[in-house]
Design a protein around this ligand. Structure first.
Ligand code: PLP
Length: 311
């Protein structure tokens, strides 16, 4: 006679990522939403993403404040104070042991508590958070030599009158369509224009043009990125000129340098936009200096919220 033993291995290692849901920590692969959550069926959800660099959150109060503004705008209640959310993020990242991480905080409208009701007030809002090893919006080997970016031709950025771009959101239909278009053209990523032909932003990043010692970035129709703000703060310290205003595509093409800003990589150079080549197809001097300064700023103690790891 023989017998077989069913051995089930429980993977308790959280270093690939973890989630915090309702006060419970779990491996990222186990974190799930109910299929009837309005976040899923109506994109009725907001989120934010804070980077962890070298064992500390970078500018965490800025991210928490933006997340709170987004929730207020959508009338979402996470059921937690800012301090409680910070504690959740702390315990989440500490449990993974990750020193360089992508940390998402999310509040969804949740599941309707009254069967058949179409009233958003009947939903039980749900806060959760998750964390994975650091994500680069532009792969590092590409960012090093400068990214090639495509201007979307078949889709515009969703109108700010319809979906408020200052609220970080999951309405990614425009970005995803643009990404397919970009990949079809061999480009790394995509930049979307508004209905008037001005440069807005791309999937997860803001866009800057450099002309001489002047930086230009869109004033409206975009998420006010924390990395965008960090670059504006660095630029002020370094005595660069800043112009926050509409940026027409024709002017954009006349730039000396182009770069993008994102919590997934900081400042990344763009050396080609469609067929236009910038700064001899190599990262320009101002972009390179800002890229370096971003990580210097990340090392400043007043920009760091240290994580209390368990080891
Ligand atoms: C997150 C995001 C950005 C960049 O914001 P950061 O705070 O710098 O990471 C820009 N645009 C969109 C649409 C985004 O979702």
């Amino acid at each position: 006679m023989s017998s077989t033993v069913d051995v089930r291995v429980t993977i308790s290692d959280l270093s690939n990522g973890a989630a915090w849901m309702g006060g419970r920590l779990m491996p990222i692969s186990e974190a799930a939403l109910p299929v009837t959550d309005w976040g899923l069926i109506h994109s009725d959800i907001t989120y934010d993403v804070v980077p962890v660099l070298d064992g500390a959150f970078f500018r965490l109060p800025h991210y928490l404040a933006r997340f709170r503004r987004s929730m207020d705008e959508l009338r979402l209640d996470p059921g937690l104070s800012d301090e409680e959310m910070e504690d959740a993020l702390q315990s989440l990242v500490a449990a993974t042991g990750l020193r360089k991480a992508y940390v998402a905080m999310v509040t969804s409208r949740g599941v309707n508590q009254v069967p058949g009701s179409r009233d958003p007030r009947d939903c039980k809002n749900q806060f959760f958070a998750w964390c994975v090893p650091y994500v680069h919006v532009i792969r590092p080997e590409i960012a090093e030599r400068g990214a090639h970016v495509h201007i979307a031709k078949t889709v515009h950025r969703i109108s700010p009158g319809s979906v408020n771009p200052k609220v970080k959101n999951y309405h990614w239909g425009d970005f995803t369509k643009g990404l397919f278009e970009a990949k079809d053209h061999g480009a790394e990523t995509v930049i979307l224009l508004d209905d008037d032909g001005n440069v807005t932003e791309g999937p997860g990043f803001n866009v800057f043009a450099v002309k001489g010692r002047t930086l230009v970035t869109a004033e409206s129709g975009v998420l006010e990125g924390i990395s965008r703000q960090t670059v504006l703060d660095i630029a002020a310290e370094q005595g660069l000129e800043i112009e926050i205003r509409a940026l027409a595509l024709s002017e954009f093409f006349e730039s000396d340098e182009v770069f993008i800003t994102t919590s997934g990589g900081g400042v990344a150079p763009v050396t080609r936009v469609d067929d236009r080549i910038f700064s001899n197809d190599a990262p320009g001097p101002i972009t390179t200096a800002l890229h370096k300064a971003y990580f210097e700023w990340a090392a400043r103690p007043d920009n760091r919220t240290e994580i209390s790891y368990r080891d």
